[in-house]
Design a protein around this ligand. Structure first.
Ligand SMILES: [Zn+2]
Length: 376
């Protein structure tokens, strides 16, 4: 899935990979624990106390999320072995996502990385089946039975051959392998993804007509989510690939306007913002690039302090995701401008001097003018 960073609660670092819970995760965790306690466990073990149903419900829900985490870890570790960087794993309302930096370089890698997750879910399903058969206590049998079933469903659902689901990535890998054409493969896999997304929505609608309101809405949501994900990851991919091979220095703006860091905000507004009408400016301190100051930074500063505060007090200070080297690939610049929240990067030469400025919008325009690779 497109590597947009999600916000949430950092939990731990496993194999060097940060694990985060998106805030929507708590909602789904509560819902699952509740439906397991009041439905599944209550029906299966009616002689137990309600508190025991809840205990089992929460325990099974936790094990479900451990299973999802292991599914994402499987993707991540295979990707890591293939030399890709992993930004992190986030668990959210629809399950989980492993954020990889960049794409697999070969179709075989793509297939291996995509297949690792469902393979892990199938293994877990098998493990819980065996545990369930060996267990003698009915409580344990019920917990293992649920996990056997849900991991099996997870594997099957993820194997649906529509991008960006794992099955869609495997599908893309196979077409990529056969045609040696990455774009064609992606286009087909995205089409399949859109088809299955609509199918899920229709199914959800059908469920709602039959009176299963909650289940219906759930399938509608998943359909919408998948359609959107297919769409945006495709756009993202086409853009980054479309810029591959081009250098930052070919595209950067060299007649940018930089701002000295010691300027007061009042002077900055009068002499730069109102005069040049740009949304952001690179900031210079002692002849070196020090950060980026934007209109948003100004807006967040109370007007009374414009005379006392200086540009360096409100700017976003120089960080890795705000800068790029002039010899770097344009597609890397695209990823940075798309994700750093400012839509801009400062371009530096090998002596770390500011030599240019580049915006997300310029890159989008460039791809539009060049023609999308899919049109070729
Ligand atoms: Zn997966």
């Amino acid at each position: 899935m497109a590597a947009r960073r999600m916000k949430g609660l950092f939990v731990a670092r496993l194999f060097g990979i940060p694990i985060t819970l998106d805030y929507s995760w708590f909602l789904i965790f509560g819902l699952i624990a509740w439906s397991l306690a009041g439905g599944y466990f209550k029906n299966l073990l009616p002689w137990l106390k309600e508190s025991t149903h809840w205990f089992l419900g929460i325990g099974a829900a936790l094990l479900l999320f451990v299973s999802i985490l292991l599914h994402e870890l499987a993707h991540s570790l295979v990707a890591k072995a293939a030399g890709l960087k992993i930004r992190g794993i986030t668990l959210h309302i629809f399950g989980g996502i492993a954020e990889l930096e960049g794409d697999a370089k070969t179709p075989k890698e793509e297939i291996k990385i995509a297949a690792a997750g469902p393979f892990m879910s199938l293994l877990l399903s098998l493990l819980f089946l065996i545990l369930g058969l060996l267990a003698s206590q009915p409580e344990l049998k019920a917990v293992y039975g649920y996990l056997f079933f849900i991991n099996f469903i997870l594997a099957l659902f993820n194997l649906i051959p529509g991008f960006p689901l794992d099955g869609g990535r495997i599908f893309r890998g196979i077409i990529w392998l056969k045609t040696q054409n990455f774009y064609k493969a992606t286009r087909w896999a995205v089409k399949a993804g859109t088809f299955f997304a609509y199918l899920l929505m229709v199914y959800g609608f059908f469920l709602m007509l039959k009176g299963a309101l909650f289940g219906g809405i759930w399938f509608l949501f998943i359909g919408f989510f998948l359609r959107h994900a297919a769409d945006s990851s495709y756009r993202y991919l086409i853009l980054t690939r479309g810029l591959k091979g081009m250098k930052v220095k070919d595209m950067m703006i060299t007649d940018y306007v930089s701002v000295p860091s010691h300027l007061t905000i009042q002077d900055f507004v009068n002499n730069y913002v109102l005069k040049h009408r740009h949304n952001s400016f690179p900031v210079i301190e002692d002849g070196k690039w020090a950060g980026i100051v934007s209109l948003n930074n100004v807006k967040q500063t109370p007007r009374e302090s414009w005379e006392e505060k200086h540009v360096k007090d409100i700017m976003t200070p120089a960080e890795e995701d705000l800068k790029i080297c002039e010899e770097c690939d344009l597609s890397d610049a695209f990823v940075k401008t798309a994700e750093n929240g400012l839509g801009r990067v400062a371009v530096l030469n090998t002596q770390d001097q500011l030599v240019g400025y580049l915006s997300f919008r310029d890159l989008e325009t460039l791809v539009a003018v060049k023609g999308l690779p899919e049109a070729q």
